[in-house]
Design a binder for this molecule. Sequence first.
Ligand code: SF4
Length: 350
Amino acid sequence: MKKTFAYNYSYDQWESWINEHNHPVYRAKQVMDWLYQKRVESFEKMSNLPKSLRSQLTESFELHPLKVITIQKSQDGTVKFLFGLADGHAIETVIMRHNYGISVCVTTQVGCRIGCTFCASTLGGLKRNLTAGEIVAQVIMAQKHLDVSNERVKSVVIMGSGEPFENYEETMKFIRIINHAHGLKIGQRHITVSTSGVVPNIYRFADEDWQVGLAISLHAPNQDLRSSLMPINRRFPLADLLDACWYYLRKSGRRLTFEYALIGGKNDQDEQAHELGKLLQGMNCLVNLIPVNFVPERNYTRTPRDQIFKFKRILDSYKVNTTIRREHGHDIDAACGQLRAKNSQLIQGE
Ligand code: SF4
């Protein structure tokens, strides 16, 4: 019998399973506590559960953590993992340290089919979607790494490889599990999902009526330029994307983040900063300028430092809140997909 991955189960699923196996319902909380607070690696260690329940759990569920293929540690405290999945694929997860706490960036798909031209994750196309449990396990593994130094994951960003809104159901289930009072208890305001602009699912996400943050990978201020950088813009045009953003803003009352990767000579000129300022003027948003990491396969160059600051100043003049993202792990392969691409020879099945 094929075993179920334990981290795939939501609290409600644990309750039903415990019920079906004739144990009192409070055992569901105890199982979740062992999985998420104590983070044990075998059901046998769940010492306050009766032996019969431990055996049933061992027979039905798998509790293997992800296999660590490589760990890269940066001088700034960034840690990048390459994890092996049960079927031989590999995924990346990153721990980042900020002055407001530690965040983990998780991956939602093996590879990606969106095709953004500045991104290494999409080079081999999409292999498959991750299950909610495989996404949860990335946070568990990061937390286990931090347990050694008595540190805690404070926030989670769903910005690793893959397009979360093309794996919508599993991504939403993942959020519910890590947010749950018996799960990792990560507050909704400390979770952010980033999408390249899958418009119908932005509406769905807004209708979830929760406080989970949303970030949009924008990267260009007009239809033609955005389509040349992000092919998804032909499927979901910029004007429709902005309508969906306004809908989210009205529904959530939260601020929206726009990610803007600055690519030398492509989208980083004064003219584009003015266009972007006009486009976003009056919106409750934050523009996050990201000096693009060099992707050897694409040959994109970095924007000079002075121009990054000038771009920001122009946006400021339109009263558009703007930050320049501090780089994490510049001395390691920190751009999403870079580590996986570099280690592809280590990864079976790719
Ligand atoms: S930036 Fe994100 S959506 Fe675009 S190709 Fe890379 S992983 Fe996919």
